[in-house]
Each structure stands twice: as C-alpha cells, then as structure tokens.
Ligand binder design. Structure first.
Ligand code: 13P
Length: 246
C-alpha cells in the first residue's frame, strides 16, 4: 500500500510572519492526518516554517534546488543549504518553472539526481498543456518528461511524481477523477516499462491542479492517485486541512 502524500505548494506567497501564522493554525487541524503532510514554501520562509512546525507532523519542502554543490549560480539554492535549514522535500520542474524560467527535462533530471544523492525527497512535476491534450499528445509528452526527467535515477521509489495538467493549474478547472486516474495509471505504466515494474508500484504519484476541499475526496478515492500537490487551497489552513483529511 502506498501512503498518500498531500503537499502544499505555496508558490510565491506568504511573508515569514504570515507563514508562521498559517503553520500555527494548521498544526492542530492536521495532527491526526493519516497521510504525509508537506508544505513547500518560499526560501525565505523555510527557517520560520521549520521552527513553527517543530514537533508536529508537518514536513517542510522547498520549491527548487540547483544541481551544483555551490558556485556562481545567482538566484539558485543548493541541496546542502536546504538540508541545513531543515528541508526534507523539494519540488522539481514545476510547470511554472518550465514555462517562465527555462526549466527542461534535462535540468529537471540533473536537479532530481542531486536532490536524491543529497537525501532530499524530490517531487517531480509533469503535465501537458491544453493544446497538447486537445491534439492527442498527452501520452507522448508525459512519457518524454518521465523518461528524460528520471534518467539514471536509481532509487526511484523515493521519488514522488506530481501529475499536474497545466490547463488545470490555477484555473478552477480540475481534471475529472477518471481523467486524472487514467493519466496517472499511464505514468505508472511508463515507469514500469522504462525503468522497473516494482518501483512503479511503490512510487507515489500525486494529482495537482485546482484540487481543493470540494473535489479532493473524489480524486483521492481513485486507486492510482496517491495524494495531491495543492496550490491555492494550501494558502488557507482550513481548506488545506480538509484536503489533508480526505
Ligand atoms: P492550484 O491548486 O492553485 O491550481 O495549483 C496547483 C499547482 O500548481 C501545485 O503545484
């Protein structure tokens, strides 16, 4: 059985003071959660969130990591810096990074290999655009993202994949539970065929894209969906806790 994992992706939201307030409100609401609970926060919030979450079941993640140990990479952050600050998880290759900041399957792969080598748990994001879905290219695009993004990864079972159809992100338009389940089943098949069938069974694959308190139950009841990567609905303690408790 795969343990579900619900992760909030705060994106570029919350000052440290706001972050502390949110974590303090969240702690009692999610303390009995049966899934893994993660919040992926802006770099500047990490210390405050780690401190506020101490002693709770809330785990802390970052939203990116560089593949080099250190060096002249202005604006980037290393795995050691994140680990020292108390980070356990890291989102890699979010569609916003692919779309606005030139992230490619190759850089996703490099970041993933580094994260794993250092002991961070990567949440690797994949997903198709609306045009790709409408022109029947979803499977082709996802296969390429998965095969290239996870190239040479040895401990695949430690990787979490987030399937986030781009047309569902921040649009209020979720994939239907059947669509999400079917597509995640396809991703699992790609992993089984191109890497290892056992790992494919063990790997947790989340759905992301306008997942919220209202639709989480239906999505989470699907057999292939092992959790969610939550954007907007993770910014309010009450909403996020409802998703966590599904
Ligand atoms: P929304 O939940 O706001 O659609 O964002 C999803 C997402 O991009 C999570 O990484």
């Amino acid at each position: 059985m795969r343990k579900p994992i619900i992760a909030g992706n705060w994106k570029m939201n919350k000052t440290q003071a706001e972050a502390k307030e949110l974590i303090n409100a969240l702690k009692p609401l999610v303390k009995d959660a049966e899934c893994d609970v993660v919040v992926c926060v802006p770099f500047t919030d990490i210390n405050a969130v780690v401190e506020a979450a101490k002693g709770s079941n809330i785990h802390v993640g970052a939203q990116n990591v560089h593949f080099a140990d250190h060096g002249a990479f202005t604006g980037e952050i290393s795995a050691d810096m994140l680990l020292e600050a108390g980070v356990e998880y890291v989102i890699i290759g979010h569609s916003e990074r692919r779309q606005y900041f030139g992230e490619t399957n190759e850089t996703v792969n490099k970041r993933t290999l580094t994260a794993l080598a250092k002991g961070l748990k990567p949440i690797v994001c994949v997903g198709e655009t609306l045009e790709e879905r409408e022109t029947g290219k979803t499977e082709e695009v996802l296969k390429k993202q998965v095969v290239e993004g996870l190239k040479d990864v040895e401990n695949l079972a430690s990787v979490i994949i987030a399937y986030e159809p781009i047309w569902a992100i921040g649009t209020g338009k979720t994939a239907t539970a059947d669509q999400a389940n079917e597509t995640i089943g396809y991703i699992r098949k790609v992993i089984a065929e191109n890497f290892c069938p056992k790992c494919a069974e063990k790997m947790r694959i989340q759905y992301g894209g306008s997942m919220n308190a209202k639709n989480a139950h239906e999505l989470m009841s699907m057999p292939e969906i092992d959790g969610g990567l939550i954007g907007g609905a993770s910014l309010k303690a009450e909403d996020f806790s409802v998703v966590v408790k599904m």
